[in-house]
Design a protein around this ligand. Structure first.
Ligand SMILES: *Cc1c(COP(=O)(O)O)cnc(C)c1O
Length: 642
């Protein structure tokens, strides 16, 4: 049995010294004696109050110590530049603004918790801050010794725990001792990077800033982890860190160099993913029956794919792909602006524009690249992006890459959007971006109201119709058809979902398309999509135009399936082809999905980090080609499995 032993000493209410250990029961008395001695002999003065708390720390998580490097810097400016460089590599950009917050942070008892992108304060108690506690290094836990104060080991233990907290992406720590100029920056990628001079001698500004990136409703879990989860850190280096070795002379063979434990650190990250029940592997779906009945138990019926209209396996679509490959080749041979543009690219772009009713369209190799390349081309530093908190990862990545200020508004809360947009008048351009159909819950954006707010604030409106094309509107033309309203300024879609092929596209005015052709890096610097994918999508689009009853059947299937689930007491809704069934616990969701697989149904369990922690779910994706008997049997199986 291990105990947490914590000591805090003060004089006239002023903090003098504090320490904590996690030790075996047998060594608790000795640890208490050592901590008391430390309090009584502290250089800051004689305490009039020493509090020692001994308690069961609960379940203990083992973490590998962050790797340590030292960066020797001579001046404050050099130290800050080093910190900025290190953190930029880990995707944290607004370092100067973050550093300027130390004036505020130094008055806190704990650390300041900032949104890494918007720099908003996230702690519920801004006076106290957040305190990382319940941690120790494995060595002292094993031996039960509280072997004097080792500032260095304690800092690594703390930094390690902080970087494993959910949502934390980095830490900056600067000593608040006016005589001590050292600090460190830490992330899981770069490790613990000690910077020998990071502030001016004599400055009392210092403290800790933790940087968070994630959903607002997950902040409480992050704070719980920091303040209550017991952690033991393994392999904390014993000696003070050695300076980085001098550059290796060119003639040394790599085999002669000592191996750094690079792979151990990857394995440790994987272990943490396993421990959270969130480990994933790839598996083939060769053995599935796309949409048909369950007669053959070895071939489960798929209720998980994005092939909403059954077009991925339609013989006409597959034939078009094969013919195009024979005519135009297997690959396009170059990027769009060099040798990669072939007739099928232009034909599909014309077809997409006509289908959506816009002036022009442009195709990328994937929907992910279309989002990343469009957003990062439209806005940059000095601009603002307003983004729904549940937007797709490819939108989030585009926002990060752009360098613009990213302001996240609450999910589908257009009042929140309007308020936040009103505060962005000083920005050069404003871009508001939202999924049309949200990919995890299948709920939809109120496009008319969205457009009204964007126009009122002179902002570009952009929607991502990945799950709306072929699904919403009487003929599958998407959200504008569904609401019978105008288009967003920028409408993005994929060829890879209802159209059964692969690729991404943007529809909009000719000016937009010209601009993206010249500015979108993922369009310019990547090989153009192959003719087979283009011809498949083009043919799928023609089928969709000729057979709009597929869209109607899909809608009927969604209504039927939701009603069937309700018969078994499972209440959910959908406005699209995606039906969420909330389970909660990550492991339970996986177990239910596995049982369903045994019963002959392929239904995905969606877990953190795709959705919030503790909100794991089944995500049923319907097809126009599912028979109602199949859907009835699936609803029954889901109810039994749960
Ligand atoms: C799938 C998806 C994408 C990415 O499209 P790919 O063609 O698969 O790269 C973009 N946005 C949303 C909302 C998606 O669901």
């Amino acid at each position: 049995m291990l105990y947490s032993v914590k000591m805090r000493a003060s004089c006239a209410g002023n903090h003098i010294s504090g320490a904590e250990k996690i030790v075996p029961a047998a060594t608790v008395p000795q640890t208490v004696a050592q901590l008391a001695e430390r309090a009584l002999t502290h250089a800051k003065g004689t305490p009039d109050f020493i509090n020692v708390k001994i308690e069961d720390p609960g379940e203990i998580l083992h973490l590998p110590a962050l790797p340590v490097t030292t960066h020797a810097t001579a001046t404050e400016a050099e130290g800050r530049a080093t910190a900025a460089e290190l953190l930029r590599n880990a995707g944290i950009t607004r370092i100067d603004e973050i550093m300027s917050r130390f004036a505020e942070a130094s008055s806190l008892r704990g650390a300041m918790l900032l949104d890494a992108d918007t720099l908003e304060r996230l702690e519920p108690d801004p006076v106290r801050g957040v305190r990382a506690t319940y941690m120790d290094d494995a060595d002292s836990a094993r031996k039960g010794t509280a072997s004097g104060k080792n500032h260095y080991a304690e800092a690594i233990v703390l930094a390690t725990k902080v970087q494993y907290a959910p949502g934390i992406v980095g830490e900056i720590c600067v000593s608040d001792d006016p005589d001590y100029v050292t600090g460190y920056v830490a992330t899981r990628e770069i490790g613990y990077c000690r910077i020998t001079t990071i502030k001016a001698k004599g400055s009392p500004d210092g403290g800790r800033i933790f940087l968070y990136r994630g959903l607002r409703d997950q902040v409480a879990e992050t704070i719980r982890f920091l303040e209550h989860q017991a952690v033991i850190v393994d392999n904390v280096p014993v000696l003070p860190p050695v300076p980085l070795p001098a550059p290796v002379p060119r003639c040394v063979s790599p085999a002669a160099l000592p191996q750094r434990p690079r792979w151990d650190s990857l394995a440790a990250d994987l272990a943490a993913i396993h421990a959270a029940g969130c480990h994933r592997t790839v598996s083939t779906t060769d053995d599935r029956q796309p949409t048909s009945g369950t007669s053959d138990q070895r071939r489960p019926t798929c209720l998980a794919s994005n092939d909403y209209l059954g077009l991925a396996t339609d013989p006409r679509v597959c034939r078009a792909a094969a013919d195009a490959a024979l005519t135009y080749g297997a690959g396009s041979t170059g990027s769009r602006l060099t040798t990669g543009t072939q007739e099928p690219h232009l034909a599909l772009e014309r077809h997409l524009a006509a289908f959506k009713g816009t002036e022009a369209a442009l195709v990328w190799a994937t929907g992910y690249m279309a989002n990343v390349g469009t957003i990062s081309a439209l806005v940059k530093k000095g601009d603002a992006i307003l983004s729904d908190e549940l937007n797709h990862a490819s939108i989030i990545d585009g926002c990060r890459l752009s360098g613009a200020d990213v302001i996240v508004y609450r999910h589908r809360d257009l009042d929140d959007l309007a308020r936040k947009l009103a505060a962005c008048r000083e920005h050069r351009r404003r871009l508001v971006v939202s999924d049309a159909v949200f990919s995890m819950d299948g709920d939809i954006l109120d496009l008319p109201r969205f457009l009204e707010i964007c126009r009122r604030h002179d902002a570009f409106s952009m929607i991502d119709e990945a799950h709306a094309t072929g699904v919403l509107g009487a003929t599958g033309r998407g959200l504008a058809e569904h609401f019978d309203c105008d288009h967003a300024d920028i409408t993005l879609g994929t060829l890879s979902k209802a159209l059964g092929s692969s690729g991404g596209f943007v529809c909009g005015p000719q000016t937009l398309i010209d601009y993206l052709t010249n500015k979108s890096r993922s369009f310019i610097f990547s090989t153009a999509l192959g003719a087979a994918n283009l011809a498949a999508a083009d043919t799928a689009l023609t089928i969709l135009e000729q057979e709009p009853d597929r869209v109607a059947r899909l809608r009927q299937n969604a209504t039927f399936f939701v009603n069937e689930l309700a018969r078994y007491g499972i209440h959910t809704t959908t406005e699209s082809a995606i039906v969420p069934i909330i389970i909660g616990d990550e492991r339970k969701a996986v177990a239910v999905s596995n049982i369903l697989r045994d019963k002959g149904f392929l239904i995905s369990a969606i877990r953190y980090p795709t959705v919030a922690q503790g909100a794991a779910r089944l995500r049923v994706a319907l097809s126009s080609e599912h028979a109602q008997e199949t859907l009835g049997a699936a609803a029954e199986a889901i109810a039994e499995a749960i």
